[in-house]
Design a protein around this ligand. Structure first.
Ligand SMILES: CC(C)(COP(=O)(O)OP(=O)(O)OC[C@H]1O[C@@H](n2cnc3c(N)ncnc32)[C@H](O)[C@@H]1OP(=O)(O)O)[C@@H](O)C(=O)NCCC(=O)NCCS
Length: 271
């Protein structure tokens, strides 16, 4: 292991370099994701040869927990301890804020996180499929404020700023009622459906069906295994699972919020 790496705080100026790392890994984030994450959270990075070679990010969701995300190491610098170093920086940042570190891990990432004491608290499958591309889009709701109480109960932290950010993006589709809401946003290779938060599985399936209807092209949706009704619906629509994520927590054996209300998560980088 090389001990001389210098961990730096990342700023907005690093958004493009961060995007290069996530694109190299085949991830779906666009420039606006990095801009949002670096504004709402604290990014960490290591540079070599005049470029960013590794990253991590701590996204606080006060008052109880925060998300660790964007743990990325460029191919030629892997297995030298960089992910471990940057994970530690993000974890320390959240612990200083007295927040429980949480994350959604890829299988490779899980190898790194388990060694630091993170434990599995849930499983999420990434479903891939195609939208129907119907021309008439759903009405864009003026505000997601009406969904804030339900979302707080479901997620375990207030995140209206994030939902508003996803809603404001060009091309986003948003559906909301008193019993649930769903958002679809454009990604680098696919439209990402999520979050879908709803009081009942029937409402959730209805929201997902409408979002699939108005989306053209490739779709991904990260669905907790517990959302069995939606899983059945997606299977029936010829969606397939290509990746999985392990939801993990540090110093705690379960997640936050009420998972029975979360039918699609926002994304592994967001919780
Ligand atoms: C996962 C990733 C971040 C690991 O970065 P890294 O700098 O190589 O990780 P580290 O060197 O800190 O690894 C520490 C330990 O974790 C384990 N580990 C790391 N990568 C592993 C892999 N691909 N398979 C199995 N174990 C792995 C090993 O025990 C390793 O120790 P060792 O090298 O002494 O055997 C990197 O492979 C990557 O960017 N992958 C693509 C993006 C991704 O999946 N990120 C994780 C998001 S949750």
């Amino acid at each position: 292991m090389t001990l001389s790496w210098q961990v730096e705080d990342l700023t907005q100026a690093d958004a493009d370099a961060g995007l290069q790392l996530s694109t190299e890994a085949g991830w779906n984030q666009v420039a606006r994701d990095w801009s949002y994450l670096l504004k709402a959270g604290q990014g960490f990075g290591v540079r070599a040869e005049g470029r960013l070679i590794a990253s991590s990010l701590a996204l606080p969701y006060p008052p109880y927990f925060g998300w660790v995300s964007m743990v990325l190491v460029t191919q030629s610098y892997r297995r030298q301890g960089l992910a471990t170093l940057l994970l530690q920086a993000a974890v320390d940042h959240l612990l200083t804020l007295r927040l429980v570190p949480m994350l959604d891990a890829t299988p490779e990432g899980r190898e790194v996180y388990s060694r630091m004491g993170f434990v599995d608290v849930g499983m999420i499958d990434r479903w891939h499929g195609q939208g129907d591309g119907m021309v008439a889009g759903p009405p864009l709701v003026a505000s997601l404020a009406q969904c804030a109480p339900l979302d707080l109960q479901a997620f375990g932290a207030a995140r209206l700023h994030l939902l508003d950010e996803l809603k404001r993006r060009p091309g986003s589709a948003v559906l909301a009622s008193d019993s649930g809401y769903g958002i679809a946003r454009r990604g680098r290779h696919s439209t990402q459906i999520g979050p879908v938060v709803a009081m009942t599985p029937t409402v959730a399936n209805g929201l997902a069906a409408q979002l699939v209807q108005v989306t053209a092209g490739a779709i991904v949706a990260d669905v907790p295994r517990s959302a069995e009704n939606l899983v059945r619906w997606l299977s029936g629509r010829a969606f397939t699972v290509k990746r999985r994520f392990y939801r993990m927590a540090l110093g705690r054996a379960n997640g936050f919020g009420d998972g029975s209300l979360v039918h699609v998560i926002a994304g592994p980088e967001l919780g």
